[in-house]
Design a protein. Structure first.
Lengths: 189, 57
């Protein structure tokens, strides 16, 4: 049995829903940041991220698959040539949804969905976590058996390296909002 | 078909409706400008969320 798509159904028919999402994705890639309802933003996010992933692959087949959704060739060109290279070292999570409260008129909850900034430092998610776990286990084993002095020292060295690996992405995410947001804040203040 | 046997008194109607109350919206202080805003949403006054400018003000 096919799993139903998560989120709200949009429009009056499946074809209408497809069109709404395709148009939203096109405008998101054209402007980089669009304001829409929360439900539409939540439906748009997986579609937009799949399109970016295809754009990162960058071959002709991927381009044709993206063109099946995004009909505007200028937008597809911009997606493949400008947007996709920005996310070369980002393992998914190319969009950000920020809620901005109810709309005047029908009080529909609105949100801003935007393409996130370039990642400065490559986020090493998978291997570093495993390495950290392995190091933690080794440290635990050596704490239980403290006779072996030399391996314990080696494990400590591993721990330090792993800590540095773990801290790097955190600082990257801290820097990420820094440039734009803080600059604008100081302008305001 | 089931139908009411008696007219509902004004008193009963009013005592039922007396419990229809609106509640105040929950707000959280904005971390930038300290003005009340919806939790987990961008601030409509300064347009920031999580220290990041989201809306033009
Ligand atoms: Zn604020």
């Amino acid at each position: 049995m096919p799993t139903p798509t998560k989120g709200a159904r949009l429009g009056g028919s499946p074809a209408h829903e497809k069109l709404i999402l395709a148009n939203l994705a096109t405008e998101l890639f054209r402007h980089g940041k669009i304001k829409t309802t929360e439900s539409k933003a939540k439906r748009l996010r997986p579609l937009a991220e799949q399109l970016v992933t295809k754009a990162k692959r960058g071959d002709l087949h991927a381009r044709r698959r993206v063109l099946a959704t995004v009909k505007d060739k200028d937008v597809v060109y911009a997606l493949f040539e400008q947007i996709a290279p920005r996310y070369a070292n980002r393992p998914g999570g190319y969009t950000r949804i920020t809620k901005i409260g109810p709309r005047k008129g029908d009080a529909a909850p609105m949100a801003v969905i935007e393409l996130v900034e370039e990642l400065q430092v490559a986020a090493s998610t998978g291997p570093s976590k495993e390495a950290r776990k392995a190091a933690a286990q080794q440290a635990k084993v050596e704490a239980l058996a403290p006779e072996d002095e030399a391996p314990a020292a080696a494990a400590k060295g591993d721990d330090v390296q792993d800590d540095q690996d773990a801290e790097a992405p955190v600082s990257a995410s801290g820097d990420k909002p820094g440039d734009k947001a803080e600059g604008e804040d100081t302008d305001k203040a | 078909m089931a139908v009411p046997k008696r007219k509902m008194s004004r008193s009963n109607t009013r005592s039922r409706r007396a419990n229809w109350k609106a509640t105040a919206v929950t707000t959280a202080a904005c971390s930038q400008c300290k003005s009340p805003k919806l939790p987990h949403a961008a601030c409509p006054v300064c347009g920031t969320y999580n220290g990041r400018q989201v809306l033009e003000v």
